[in-house]
Ligand binder design. Structure first.
Ligand SMILES: *Cc1c(COP(=O)(O)O)cnc(C)c1O
Length: 360
């Protein structure tokens, strides 16, 4: 007999995105401009005590930096070892017998495994349907509704009015699911709803240090919710999860006194607009993106084949299948323009080979 009796748990696999080293890796949406200099400075100035002693229980130093930056109460901030940890803790806090999660699909690939890990099923609602009728996400009374804004992998941002309608539809009666708004890419978007997290009961806005901040290696994330919700998530995560140096380095980056991050975001938005034009010019139908990546049609119709071909030209991108209205697609991370030129050269080589195949 297996010591692991849960069928759903046995169905889980280790995360294997099939990423082998490649010269120019544009597959994971990290900050290709590098890392936050003030965060790096804090790591470089580490003392023996920083390593020998336990960190703060719940990374209060990071909570205060977030509270200061967004002008909210520090009791509204929860933290985790990556925003995956914040999501995981929120899912666990909301999990109960037969509980399940709904989400608008396609979205972040970790939602389903995180739900399974916590003994919940994840039920997709097609994106177009969810956008038309946000209450579709509440059908059957899920314990939790997950919304990614801007959405990974499409880059789209659901309108603010749409989220309002979802929150209103959820409002009345005894049934009240937790709504998790994943803002991993909000730093690159036109707006953020982070402060709403501190105001609306049962709404958690999750953020990561892994993308715009350039600190994916530190594994740090945070979330904003009303104090009672933040407390439930802290309880389900447990103490000492965020490394002390990571919390302090990310706190320095959140304060962004040097303006490094603000500057890189401006550059990322410029590069995103140029890259979108370049993809349009090649008739690859890029989705309009509010994030630091762009999803576009797989030129050959097979994402797997195109990813392989681009890899042979030294460039790594992420394949997707079953994108509504598009089918197979590729997601490319936006970075400094010389890297984008490198990507476009590889893409043109692929289009050239593809053209050769079609005409022969
Ligand atoms: C990258 C990403 C995260 C971040 O995860 P970390 O665990 O903080 O590295 C969260 N949500 C989405 C949608 C992402 O793309």
């Amino acid at each position: 007999m297996s010591p692991f009796p849960r069928d759903d748990y046995r169905a889980l696999t280790r995360y294997e995105p099939g990423r082998s080293p490649v010269e120019v890796d544009l597959s994971d949406n990290t900050n290709l401009w590098g890392t936050h200099p003030e965060a790096l400075e804090r790591i470089r100035s580490a003392t023996p005590d920083d390593l020998a002693r336990y960190p703060e229980l719940y990374a209060a130093v990071l909570g205060s930096a977030v509270a200061e930056r967004y002008d909210i109460d520090p009791a509204c901030v929860t933290t985790g070892a990556g925003s995956d940890d914040v999501l995981d803790s929120a899912f666990r806090a909301a999990a109960g017998r037969d509980a399940w999660i709904s989400y608008a699909a396609p979205t972040f690939s970790m939602v389903e495994p995180l739900a399974l890990m916590n003994g919940m099923k994840a039920r997709p609602v097609p994106w177009a349907h969810a956008v038309e009728a946000p209450e579709a996400l509440l059908e059957g009374e899920p314990a939790l509704v997950y919304v990614c804004r801007p959405n990974n992998p499409t880059g789209e941002s659901a309108p603010v009015g749409w989220l309002d309608a979802l929150l209103t539809a959820r409002g009345a009666g005894a049934y009240a699911p937790l709504v998790v708004l994943d803002e991993a890419y909000a730093d690159f978007a036109e707006d953020t709803l982070i402060r709403r997290g501190a105001e609306v009961p049962g709404l958690l806005v999750a953020r990561t240090a892994s993308k715009a901040y350039g600190l994916a290696g530190l594994r740090c994330g945070f979330g904003v919710a009303t104090p009672d919700t933040a407390l439930e998530i802290d309880k389900s995560r447990g103490p000492y999860k965020v490394a002390g140096l990571a919390a302090e380095a990310v706190a320095a980056a959140v304060r962004d006194r040097s303006g490094w991050m603000a500057g890189r975001i401006v550059e990322a938005k410029e590069a995103r607009a140029r890259l979108r034009d370049a993809l349009e010019a090649r008739a690859l139908r890029p989705f309009p993106s509010q994030a630091n990546f762009i999803l576009f049609r797989a030129p050959s119709g097979s994402a797997a084949a195109d990813v392989g071909a681009l890899r042979r030209h030294g460039v790594g991108v992420r394949p997707f299948t079953g994108i509504p209205g598009m089918g197979d697609a590729l997601r490319v991370t936006v970075g400094p323009w010389p890297l984008m030129e490198r990507f476009l050269r590889a893409l043109d080589a692929l289009l050239h080979d593809e053209g050769g195949r079609l005409s022969s």
